[in-house]
Write a protein that binds this ligand. Structure first.
Ligand code: DX5
Ligand code: ZN
Length: 218
């Protein structure tokens, strides 16, 4: 099995100390940094834009795993690429031309991911599978941190892994991930786990390393 990537979501970081919060999770041993971009239209919350990605880019060497919960996504792909994203993930539900959006990400030289909401079947990405570097299975309805894990996501992780087959595609899960479900997710085929509240809750850097370890060991 592939080594697990832990991708803490800075959505649950203390935004007044964002640079320190990013440094702290890197020092605590995470693999990627998950950046949740919300537009108040595709999801009922507004978070951050390319300026924040640009601001944290020099703070960490880690992969910036940028999750765009915005519609339309195409007009902003270049800005997020230029800001320093490494992986750009868009939602299959965000627009009618998913194939074109994936080409736009690739044209920027970035890794391309597609995310699926809990109600969207894995078959939605069957015909773009060869254009994907990452599949992001949402295990909550996107918009907020701290929501309860939807157990049906395990089935979808296994289906996504089966669809990916031998291809070098990361299978990532996002929403309500913690040590109680991380093991089952890895067993089902996930190799990248996003965790917001399970790592950042309380915003005490002294706790981050143990929390990342607990998820990894689960
Ligand atoms: C949800 C976001 C997630 C969220 C995860 O819309 O995409 O990345 O911040 O937070 P937790 O781990 O608290 O569910
Ligand atoms: Zn996310």
């Amino acid at each position: 099995n592939r080594p697990i990537k832990i991708s803490p979501s800075i959505l649950s970081a203390d935004f007044a100390r964002l640079g320190d919060e990013v440094r702290a999770i890197e020092e605590a041993g995470c693999d990627w940094v998950h950046v949740d971009v919300m537009d108040g239209h595709f999801v009922p919350n507004i978070t951050i834009g390319p300026l924040i990605v640009e601001a944290i880019r020099p703070v960490t060497k880690l992969t910036l795993d940028v999750h765009l919960m915005i519609a339309p996504a195409d007009p902003y792909i270049e800005a997020f690429a230029k800001a320093g994203s490494d992986i750009i993930t868009i939602h299959a539900e965000a627009g009618p031309h998913l194939d074109r959006s994936l080409q736009a990400i690739k044209a920027q030289g970035k890794k391309a991911g597609v995310s699926l909401n809990p109600a969207t079947p894995v078959s939605a990405i069957q015909h773009v599978i060869d254009k994907l570097d990452l599949i992001l299975i949402m295990s909550v309805n996107p918009g907020f941190g701290g929501q309860a894990f939807i157990a049906e996501s395990l089935t979808k992780v296994a289906q996504a892994k089966a669809l990916a087959g031998d291809r070098d595609i990361d299978i990532e899960v996002d929403g309500g991930v913690d040590p109680s479900n991380a093991g089952a997710l890895a067993k089902a085929g996930a190799n990248a786990l996003v965790a917001g509240s399970a790592i950042y809750k309380g915003n005490d850097p002294a706790t981050y390393a143990a929390r990342i370890k607990a998820i990894r060991e689960a």
